[in-house]
Write a protein that binds this ligand. Structure first.
Ligand code: FES
Ligand code: FES
Length: 166
């Protein structure tokens, strides 16, 4: 006879959502976190798992255009949504201006936090095309970086705004 724990482990649900612009279908246990689904079931490892309780921002993705912490969502909650991960931004050969700015202004060191910063900033910069340094610091206050001291990230965002406006 199947134990309640075993039943929960095998209790999968169908998933259907848009992922980085393409239709996506899959299966997930009810309690599987969206970030774990994206990383382990889909293989999109750009979203990082730092704290796993909504504090560090490393797992930030866009759901229906809004930045969300994918460690605070179950995969099944993405059903019917438009999900975008950092992989939707650009490639090493054709980077998004935001990625180019982070590279040029040294907005990263180890890079662990970077996907979360990028996905937080992408919609924010679209709404704030000419941000001040103070506004940028406020916008990134929910993302933790252990390496850079933040100044280079602020510089990168100022540069990104110039590039995105050009
Ligand atoms: Fe999601 Fe830290 S891993 S906020
Ligand atoms: Fe290392 Fe931000 S670059 S945590």
């Amino acid at each position: 006879m199947t134990s309640p724990k075993e039943a929960a482990m095998t209790d999968t649900h169908p998933l259907s959502f848009t992922l980085n612009g393409k239709p996506h279908t899959g299966q997930a246990e009810a309690r599987l976190l969206l970030v774990d689904y994206l990383r382990h079931a889909v293989g999109l490892t750009g979203s990082h798992v730092g704290c796993e309780h909504g504090v560090c921002g490393a797992c930030t993705i866009l759901v229906d255009g809004q930045p969300v912490r994918s460690c605070l969502m179950f995969a099944v909650q993405a059903n019917g949504c438009d999900v975008k991960t950092v992989e939707s931004l650009g490639t090493p050969e054709h980077m998004h201006p935001l990625q180019e700015a982070f590279r040029e202004a040294h907005g990263l060191q180890c890079g662990f936090c970077t996907p979360g910063f990028l996905m937080t900033l992408l919609p924010w910069l679209e709404e704030h095309p000419n941000p001040t340094e103070d506004e940028i610091r406020h916008a990134i206050s929910g993302n933790i970086c252990r390496c850079t001291g933040y100044q280079h990230i602020v510089d990168a965002v100022l540069l990104a705004a110039q590039k995105m406006n050009a």
